[in-house]
Design a protein around this ligand. Structure first.
Ligand SMILES: *[C@@H]1O[C@H](CO)[C@@H](O)[C@H](O)[C@H]1NC(C)=O
Ligand SMILES: *[C@@H]1O[C@H](CO)[C@@H](O)[C@H](O)[C@H]1NC(C)=O
Ligand SMILES: *[C@@H]1O[C@H](CO)[C@@H](O)[C@H](O)[C@H]1NC(C)=O
Ligand SMILES: *[C@@H]1O[C@H](CO)[C@@H](O)[C@H](O)[C@H]1NC(C)=O
Ligand SMILES: *[C@@H]1O[C@H](CO)[C@@H](O)[C@H](O)[C@H]1NC(C)=O
Length: 498
């Protein structure tokens, strides 16, 4: 079945190439190079780490009816490691020395180990939340007849400009690929427009800024990870880059994951129209353990300690549904983008509960969550976790298709202050954390959770300025990565972040 589909696709691909001009060939070559590099830096770890016992246990690989995939795995198993290129071996040594762990982007609300410690913190969260909501209500009441305010903050022209900045992406593959860097930035390449904007629209105190952002949905359309067309196209190009498989969009998500599985060697439960909630997929648990996202001992898993009870599963499912509804009513396009990109949310209890969940570059499409250690079980918090991890996933996918860094070895040498952990971290960690914070701020302000938006936003401007300074000095990001940094800076400028 898969074999025949595959050869059909190969034929299509050959026809495409036969009619292609040279710029199109360049496009395919560049795309395949980017995708190949991503696979080498991220997926090779999964493959090298796949010992024979693990391989046998991957029941979901369905090796009986998927000989092609089986052959692929055998070709890359440790027994034939000498087939791997030199760099792979070098990298493997670095990775086993702990660098692999560095690739995790776990969320960082540590488990509150002691109840004593938890109470005041929870109270602080509640107070922080209650306060702004009250202010918002009074502000919205005043808004109706307060023209002074409209003038002071220049709201009308500001919102109109935001509307003009709504992102748009070309529909043709190669145009989309070649114009990625121009499409995601807001102010274009002209410094003048940016400076002009800054001059006319001063930065606003955080609280006021968040209240004003909540008044319109225009700011939901300026942040590229929230754009559906972009999500769809990056997935399509990743599929094209991995396999040469160019499809008309029908069942693209399922096709993408079927292909990705061969490279990433993790079976992600996927349905075209839904985000699967995984509570008991042994093969996924094995893959998460192997990818390093969720490490658990055999004894822990065999005892079933990682599983939620049916009652807990029902509770989590209803919270996630409510959170997805909140996302959809806040930003329907973001909801669609999440459903296009995310295969499943894996709910398993960690053996060492240090974080509430995460994503990892070597297990694309999976969000791991452990709500048993959430400090706050509100629907808003569930929604925030999903949006947070989705932004990481969007950056991974963009990295796979467009590239981000010039030389990954520079990342550990370039430390920047992180707005989430509030400490110096490697360049890519702070880059990711800043992206997440930007997106969550935009999302939560519109969802009406200004308190949540405020949690990390206070140090965001400084973090992004730090990234820009390091980028100017050390040139860590390549053209596509630099555009992503510029896009984030532009978003902060446009929302008038202090
Ligand atoms: C209108 O807004 C300004 C600025 O926020 C505020 O100082 C003023 O009290 C408001 N006026 C009314 C009538 O609410
Ligand atoms: C997880 O991986 C470690 C080593 O990488 C292994 O020792 C352990 O048995 C694995 N756990 C499961 C549940 O497979
Ligand atoms: C999401 O929101 C849109 C528009 O607001 C609505 O048409 C659609 O039915 C919603 N989807 C779901 C699954 O609730
Ligand atoms: C850097 O970005 C360009 C696009 O701007 C891309 O074509 C190139 O392959 C990327 N390089 C790497 C090393 O990721
Ligand atoms: C590991 O990475 C460093 C840079 O981070 C590099 O200098 C070194 O050659 C790599 N290989 C080994 C085996 O350490």
């Amino acid at each position: 079945m898969r074999g025949s589909k595959h050869s059909h696709a190969v034929v299509l691909f050959c026809i495409t190439l036969a009619f292609a001009d040279s710029s199109n060939q360049n496009f395919i070559q560049n795309l395949q190079r980017n995708v190949g590099e991503y696979g080498t830096s991220h997926f090779s770890w999964n493959i090298q780490n796949l010992d024979h016992a693990n391989y046998q246990s991957l029941r979901a690989i369905e090796d009986d009816n998927d000989r092609e995939f089986r052959a692929f795995l055998l070709n890359h198993s440790p027994k034939v490691k000498n087939l791997l290129a030199r760099e792979h071996v070098t990298m493997e040594r670095n990775i086993t020395n702990g660098e692999h762990e560095d690739k995790t982007h776990k969320t960082h609300q540590r488990k509150l180990r002691k109840r004593d410690a938890a109470l005041p913190q929870r109270m602080a969260i509640l107070i922080a939340k209650a306060q702004p909501r009250k202010i918002i209500r009074s502000l919205q009441k005043r808004e109706a007849d307060n023209t002074t305010q409209m003038m002071i903050y220049n709201i009308d022209p500001w919102f109109s400009i935001a509307d003009l900045m709504s992102l748009r992406f070309p529909k043709k593959y190669d145009d989309y690929f070649n114009s990625w860097s121009q499409s995601i930035v807001l102010f274009g390449n002209s410094e003048i427009h940016r400076e002009e904007f800054k001059h006319n629209f001063n930065r606003l105190p955080l609280q006021i800024m968040l209240e004003l952002l909540s008044l319109t949905d225009k700011f939901q359309h300026i942040f590229w990870p929230f754009n559906f067309d972009q999500a769809f196209m990056n997935q399509r190009l990743a599929l094209l880059g991995m396999s040469g498989l160019s499809i008309n969009g029908h069942k693209q998500k399922e096709r993408f994951y079927a292909e990705l599985e061969k490279h990433q060697t993790i079976k992600v439960p996927v349905e075209e129209e839904r985000v699967v909630l995984s509570f008991d997929h042994p093969d996924l648990v094995e893959g998460l353990n192997r990818s390093g996202l969720l490490e658990m001992s055999k004894e822990y898993v065999e005892a079933g300690n990682h599983l939620y009870t049916l009652k807990e599963q029902e509770h989590i499912t209803s919270k996630v549904q409510a959170a997805m509804d909140l996302i959809n009513s806040t930003n329907p396009e973001l909801y669609r983008a999440i459903h296009q990109v995310i295969g499943c949310i894996a709910f398993y209890k960690a053996e060492q509960p240090e974080s509430v969940g995460g994503t990892i570059s070597s297990a694309l499409g999976v969000i791991w969550q452990d709500p048993s250690v959430y400090p706050d079980h509100s629907v808003a918090n569930y929604a925030e976790q999903i949006v947070h991890e989705f932004i990481h996933s969007s950056l991974f996918l963009a990295d796979m298709v467009h590239g981000t860094y010039i030389d990954r070895s520079l990342l550990t040498k370039s430390k920047v202050y992180s707005p989430v952990r509030k400490e110096l971290r490697d360049f890519d960690k702070t880059f990711h954390a800043s992206y997440v914070t930007t997106g969550v701020t935009i999302f939560q302000s519109r969802a009406g959770n200004v308190g949540d938006a405020q949690t990390y936003a206070g140090t965001l401007r400084a973090a992004v300025d730090g990234l820009i300074a390091i980028q100017n000095k050390a040139g860590v990001l390549n053209a596509s990565g630099a555009a992503m940094l510029q896009a984030m800076d532009d978003v902060l400028t446009l929302i008038r972040m202090e």
